[in-house]
Design a protein around this ligand. Structure first.
Ligand code: PLP
Length: 407
């Protein structure tokens, strides 16, 4: 008997487990072994990894809580009230939305679980979910795990990766149920401009769809670009679930704190399933998250450091023959078109073998990700340490450019 034949088709064919040839770099022991052997990982979207990055105010709050003994107990399955209050204030300050901490926001153990949970009530077998391509790989997989069908919608480099509503209209069917965006977009760092977002939201309202907006990277937007919250656009509040995280914006990925917010008619259902699906988030991390959200000096310092870092990366890679890129609009990533140098696998393998650095191949981010690599430029606490790695990556890309006769 094949035990997997007892599983449903969505799970039994999952790739990246123990017995496949190509292990997923972000799941198994592969990346850890690489690091132990002296290599560096710039492939996890984890600010300041692997250096310590917990601010003193947060350490103090957590140490005091440990001394009290309270963190050995559960928080509410919907999240600790003080954390929901701090989140409600933060969300209100950036969106103007009237967020009631006891009705509109739920804390999740990281936003990955929040994203899957956000989709669960809506998706049935055969429903179609439109996902801009390239996007965060989990956003292509999650709908499939729930029996739905993912419909990639291309974002084109020549269009600055903005939304072309014609591409959505061309893929609309009577099974289309949901649009799932990563905004700002991982991996391209694109902030969807007002015009793009308004067109998308009109399309969603007109066709009576649901929007799940993955906003894990929303906290750092550069160059004064406006960040339009889709939940604030006409007709959207009642049909949008916004999923966020403290992992990227606050540099506290190990705390495993995410959150989702929505209209209370949607929240009614998310409250109903919270204990079954989410359990509860970590009590100690929740206490730390409250302190982090209230420490404005720390938040400003993180912003400034990440903003410097994306410029450093741009200055290092922008003039390499055969590489095209834009200075990142948001977050902690750089997205390089390296198609003139080789496939994304060839280039990532050369960087791994010669620079001893793991970066991401573009292909897992969708068909449109081919020919690209993603570098997590916010890795390492100190700018100099990051720069030393950027220089090693540059040296490999320059060698490849020379081999192609590009310089
Ligand atoms: C776009 C995006 N959304 C969500 C997540 C999940 O982050 P977390 O579960 O740490 O909140 C990630 C992690 O890399 C991401 O890149």
């Amino acid at each position: 008997m094949q035990i997997k034949d007892k599983m449903n088709a969505r799970f039994k064919n999952l790739q990246g487990g123990l017995f496949v040839q190509v292990a997923k770099a972000d799941v198994g022991e592969g990346a850890g072994d690489f690091q132990k052997a002296g290599g560096d990982i710039m492939a996890w979207a984890d600010p300041f990894f692997p250096d310590p990055s917990i601010p003193e105010s947060v350490k103090a709050a957590m140490a005091a809580a440990l001394a009290d003994g309270f963190p050995s107990h559960y928080t509410m399955p919907i999240g600790m009230l003080e954390l929901r209050q701090a989140l409600a204030e933060t969300i209100h300050a950036s969106t103007g939305l009237p967020i009631n901490p006891s009705r509109n926001v739920i804390v999740t153990p990281g936003s990955d679980s929040g994203l899957l949970y956000a989709m669960m009530p809506f998706l049935s077998e055969g429903d179609e979910v439109m996902v801009p391509d390239p996007s965060y790989p989990s956003n292509f997989l999650n709908p499939k795990l729930l029996g739905a069908v993912t419909v990639p919608v291309p974002l084109r480099e020549e269009n600055n990766y903005q939304i072309d509503i014609g591409e959505f209209e061309a893929r609309l069917t009577d099974r289309t149920k949901m649009v799932l965006i990563s905004h700002p977009n991982n991996p391209t760092t694109t902030v969807f401009r007002r015009e793009s977002m308004e067109a998308l939201c009109r399309f969603i309202v007109e066709h009576d769809l649901i929007l799940v907006s993955d906003q894990a990277f929303q906290d750092h937007i550069y160059d004064g670009i406006e960040f339009v919250h889709p939940a604030t656009l006409p007709g959207m509040w009642e049909r949008t679930v916004t999923v966020c995280s403290i992992s990227k914006g606050l540099g506290l990925s190990g705390f495993r704190i995410g959150y989702l917010y929505a209209d209370d008619h949607l929240m009614d259902v998310y409250y109903g399933g919270a204990v079954n699906v989410l359990g509860a988030s970590c009590t100690l991390s929740s206490i730390g998250a409250v302190a982090a959200l209230r420490d404005k000096a720390y938040l400003q310092e993180v912003y400034e450091r990440l903003e410097r870092r994306r410029r450093q990366a741009y200055e290092t890679f922008r003039d390499i023959p055969g590489v095209t890129m834009k200075c990142s609009e948001s977050g902690i990533l750089s997205w390089l078109n390296i198609s003139a140098l080789g496939t994304d696998q060839e280039v990532a393998d050369r960087i791994r073998d010669e620079a001893k650095i793991l970066v991401n191949q573009g292909s897992p981010y969708g068909e449109m990700g081919r020919g690209h690599i993603r570098i997590v430029t916010a890795c390492f606490a100190r700018d100099e340490d990051a720069q030393a790695r950027f220089d090693r990556i540059r040296a490999v890309l320059m060698s490849m450019a020379r081999e192609k006769g590009l310089c």
